[in-house]
Design a protein around this ligand. Structure first.
Ligand code: HMG
Ligand code: MG
Length: 306
């Protein structure tokens, strides 16, 4: 398989990034962030989740955020839905995409969504069926695809079986999540090889957290195999509240820089994306995790001293 000419980036910062923030982020800030991401050329943006407000209070305002957004037709906003209630809320908000989220290990499944792996598939079956019937694009996440904070090693075969099951329910895309960012490139390759025996590569997305600094290398290893859908988070925000020790997702700026320099299209304007990252980092009072953003901002300062 040759390297794809074009990569679809799924921006998960407003969801995976902000779900893990200890500070409350105002609705207006979330709306302004998403508008900046759209302006930077991102077309697939995970805007929030319809989950228990007690468990993830940072996402409790997803409905209010979506009500304020007016995005162009070509932009696909989506949200996580853990059950029928979540799907109904997503439909009421006019979303065109939703994601269900399962896990490769029993313990993580229990901690994250309060049920077993089999229980989650049973819960998701009618959700995915109804979402597909309503014309939504549905993706299925698999957490702990390269390691679990509770159970340790994860067999690629277990991930592949779950990927096949989620695809059979009707998920168009399966996003393989290295929730705790432990995996390394050859492991990532082996995982994609294994999952690729059960579902087509065109149905696989990759979702790397960057805890051990392996995310970019992992992404490139998977893209070299033909994977053409990559999740990332502006400024490298993120983490899962139920994955102790995990850090943010790979930074979208770093992913865009890597592909741009490699001659692979993403459709994203890196300068505008960096501005979106600066905006959210200022609001959160933190430094960007993106190395490319830091380097390019330093270059901007050198070229345009204040
Ligand atoms: P449960 O306890 O099994 O079920 O929750 P429940 O039906 O008894 O609901 C518990 C409470 O949630 C109730 O409220 C429900 O009303 C409420 P209470 O009576 O306690 O006040 N509830 C809802 N509220 C809003 N929207 C809904 C909804 N459903 C129930 N749709 C449930 C099951 C999944 C809902 C719960 O465990 C939950 O919300 N968990 C949070 C899961 C989550 O958001 N995790 C983080 C995202 S996953 C992630 O980050 C990984 C990913 O990035 C990939 C990777 O990196 O690996 C995707
Ligand atoms: Mg994640």
């Amino acid at each position: 398989m040759s390297i794809p000419q074009r990569i679809r980036i799924v921006e998960v910062g407003p969801r995976d990034g902000l779900q893990n923030e200890s500070a409350t982020v105002r609705v207006e800030t979330k709306v302004a962030l998403i508008e900046r991401l759209v302006a930077a050329g991102l077309r697939d943006i995970e805007a929030g989740s319809f989950v228990s407000a007690k468990r993830v209070p940072q996402m409790a305002d997803t409905k209010a955020v979506l009500a304020r957004l007016r995005t162009p037709e070509h932009v696909r906003l989506s949200a996580l839905v853990p059950n029928m209630r979540g799907l109904e809320e997503a439909l009421a908000c006019g979303l065109r995409g939703v994601a269900v989220f399962a896990a490769a290990t029993e313990r993580f499944s229990k901690e994250n969504i309060g049920c077993s792996i089999a229980g989650s598939l049973a819960r998701y079956a009618p959700v995915v069926e109804a979402a597909v019937a309503a014309g939504l694009d549905v993706r299925g996440y698999i957490s702990c695809a390269l390691g679990c904070p509770y159970e340790g090693e994860v067999a690629p075969r277990a991930v592949a079986t779950l990927a096949r099951d989620l695809a059979a329910l009707g998920c168009r895309e399966i996003s393989l999540g290295d929730t705790i960012g432990v995996g390394a490139p050859l492991e990532a390759r082996r995982l994609v090889e294994q999952v690729g025996r059960d579902i087509p590569l065109s149905q696989i997305a990759v979702h790397f957290h960057d805890t051990f600094g392996q995310a970019l290398a992992n992404i490139f290893a998977c893209v070299e195999m033909g994977v053409a859908s990559v999740d990332s988070s502006v400024a490298g925000l993120g983490g899962c509240p139920f994955a102790p020790g995990a850090s943010g997702n790979v930074a979208t700026e770093d992913v865009v820089y890597m592909f741009e320099r490699s001659g692979i299209e993403t459709g994203v304007d890196l300068a505008a994306l960096i501005d979106a990252g600066v905006f959210i980092c200022e609001r959160l009072g933190r430094e960007t995790q993106s190395r490319a953003a830091r380097a390019l901002l330093a270059r901007r300062r050198r070229e345009r001293p204040a």
